[in-house]
Write a protein that binds this ligand. Structure first.
Ligand SMILES: [Cu+2]
Length: 209
């Protein structure tokens, strides 16, 4: 019998190996990438649709205070582009308003929080100087064509990688979120589509604590 009881466990293990190897200075990034590629991204990254307890350690998810971040992602920039968008779903389960005001990432000079708005009948993006408010009990989606993070002066992350980003909230403070990176031009999260059929296969299994 195989050491790994099923494909899901094997996949998760591969992911962990890949992550460890990437963090090890002794290992070639190419080897780590090969291992990550061997693990189908769709089965492992995000099982975080519900259950805050379950989300804290998943790629794309994090929690700080009353703020929960889910389904964070970014994408590879087109060749030559120095800016790239970042997206996530942010929920405030507290009793006070909070605002996403910025953050930092090793691959970007700075992070701005942008909105899209129509100026002279043209959709343009503009920084939100006071940040993006998330009211008590509300969920705000950062997504293409709407609110988004803008990684400025960025060295593009590579499709298939998972990159650390620190998000800063006015009240809750800073939180690190791992952003899966999708291919150039994609309009939705690389690892997760609402309604995908994957949950049933491993819903009863533990995958991490
Ligand atoms: Cu923007």
């Amino acid at each position: 019998m195989s050491y790994f009881q099923n494909a899901q466990m094997r996949t998760t293990a591969l992911k962990l190996m890949g992550a460890l190897l990437i963090s090890s200075p002794l290992t070639s990034p190419a080897i780590a990438q090969a291992i990550l590629k061997a693990a189908p991204i769709s089965t492992t990254l995000v099982h975080s649709v519900s259950g805050a307890k379950h989300t804290a350690h998943k790629a794309g998810s994090a929690k700080i205070g009353e703020i929960t971040i889910e389904q964070a992602w970014t994408r590879q920039a087109p060749p030559g582009a120095k800016v790239v968008g970042g997206y996530a779903r942010i929920t405030n389960s507290g009793k006070a308003s909070d605002s996403l005001v910025g953050g930092s990432a090793s691959f970007a000079e700075r992070i701005e929080v942008h909105e899209m708005k129509v100026v002279d009948e043209v959709m343009r993006m503009a920084p939100l100087s006071n940040g993006l408010e998330v009211k008590p009990g509300e969920t705000v989606e950062l997504k293409p064509g709407s609110f988004h993070l803008m990684f400025m002066g960025a060295t593009s992350p590579k499709a298939g990688d998972i990159v650390p980003v620190t998000l800063r909230f006015k009240n809750a403070g800073e939180v690190k979120v791992m952003f899966p990176v999708g291919p150039i031009g994609v309009k939705s999260a690389p690892a997760h589509k609402d309604g995908h059929g994957d949950h049933g296969k491993h819903g009863k299994k533990k995958h991490g604590s």
